[in-house]
Design a protein around this ligand. Structure first.
Ligand code: MEV
Length: 402
């Protein structure tokens, strides 16, 4: 897959449980090295089941290919000429018969003017390429390179860069959830207190870039884990989503959490929307054996089609009718749901006991294992270490000998 290989670098592959997405049960493959991420996503997904689970949606899978035009004598005239030749340019950019046969390919274009860059004025042509179930980097790059000579001819300019934009803001997915306050009730906190705390935490991350960065990092704990497991380019998604988070001029939370209703009927409503350029065909999704298995677990492995049915979820046909989607678009919706769940888990912990308590349990388990504990002894010794308030290897070894 890459150059100068000297070995493999393995990651744990966990399963996010309890996910109900658009009326259908999913097990979520998550490749991640950080403790608590899989557990957090699973516990938040269980909370979401108290409502109707996650509702998701997405746009068409439109990628943007950019062509940079320099040395254009008359920018307005060139822009008009390019737009007038749209049909010819799009035909020229239609380089993937496979994508076109599936109903994708170049769908439109726009021309942007950058009057004062350090290198002088530039015209930027955007080609909108529907990439179907591919992530689409290759399709977009090939289309840009194919159309550039014709665009040069039409505009009288010189083509510079011809490359996709990872700010794939025309290819977005979103997930929503609504959960009754009482689902958050615990011995220590009322559900109403917890959901108010979550809404306040979100408001903090909308207003403050320092907090928003950490808030969004938590979302990517889940998003990246699914992207990595399915062989997708998580750097591309991260780059696009962070730019999207700053689209209003200030970096903000990607989520919205609000309390709805009042009194006993209060609910927590959450929404996450982000650019999600993912594929279920091509690249590592096909060449990496574990990515294939991850897609299979999600039911997305056969030519980009969902192929399994579950007892509570009904048939693939039903799911298709409800979500209207399969393949890469379905994957993008699942990823959005996992990101939202991950954020909920973090905010719930932060708005109540803090996250260290949960981390301590995992740390205690790791210490118990390091001391030699196996099977049920791991939980027993970890529990004892926590009860004693001191998580030390020597003490774990003592407990194991007792
Ligand atoms: C840790 O990996 C992620 C969190 O910091 C996210 C957050 O603060 O929202 C817990």
């Amino acid at each position: 897959m890459v150059e100068n290989v000297v070995g493999r670098f393995s990651m744990p592959l966990g399963i996010g449980a309890n996910f109900l997405i658009d009326g259908r049960d999913y097990l979520i493959p998550m490749a991640v090295e950080e403790p608590s991420v899989v557990a957090g996503a699973s516990s938040a997904a269980l909370l979401a089941r108290a409502g109707v689970g996650f509702k998701t949606g997405c746009t068409d899978p439109i990628m943007i290919a950019q062509i940079q035009l320099l040395d254009v004598a008359d920018a307005s005239k060139a822009k008009r000429a390019i737009l007038a030749s749209q049909e010819k340019i799009l035909a020229c950019a239609d380089t993937s018969p496979t994508i076109s046969q599936l109903g994708g390919g170049p769908q439109g274009m726009e021309v942007r003017y950058l009057p004062d860059t350090e290198a002088g004025p530039m015209l930027i042509v955007h080609l909108f390429i529907d990439c179907r179930d591919a992530m689409g980097a290759n399709a977009a790059n090939t289309a840009a390179e194919a159309a550039a000579p014709l665009i040069e001819q039409i505009s009288g300019g010189r083509a510079g860069l011809r490359i996709l934009s990872n700010l794939s803001d025309r290819r977005r997915a979103w997930a929503e959830v609504e959960i009754a306050a009482k689902a958050f009730d615990s011995n220590d906190y009322s559900g109403r207190e917890v959901i108010r705390g979550i809404a306040e935490a979100n408001a903090f991350a909308i207003a403050d870039p320092y907090r928003a960065t950490t808030h969004n990092k938590g979302i990517f704990n889940g998003v990246d884990a699914v992207l990595l497991a399915t062989g997708n380019d998580w750097r591309a998604v991260e780059a696009g989503a962070h730019a999207w988070a700053a689209r209003g001029g200030q970096y903000r939370a990607l989520t919205d959490w609000h309390v709805r209703g009042c009194g006993d009927s209060e609910t927590l409503h959450g929404r996450l929307e982000l650019p999600l350029a993912v594929g279920t065909v091509g690249g590592a999704t096909r060449s990496h054996a574990s990515a294939q298995i991850a897609l299979k677990i999600l039911g997305l492995d056969v030519d980009g089609q969902e192929e399994f049915s579950t007892e509570s979820g009904g048939s693939a046909g039903d799911a298709g009718a409800e979500s209207g989607l399969q393949g890469a678009r379905r994957l993008s919706q699942i990823v959005a749901a996992v990101g939202l769940a991950q954020n909920l888990a973090a905010l719930r912990a932060l708005a109540t006991t803090g996250i260290q308590k949960g981390h301590m349990r995992l740390h205690a388990r790791q210490v118990a294992v390091a001391a030699g504990a196996r099977g049920e002894a791991v939980e027993r010794i970890a529990g004892q270490l926590i009860a004693e308030g001191s998580i030390r290897l020597e003490r774990a070894k003592e407990l194991l000998r007792m």
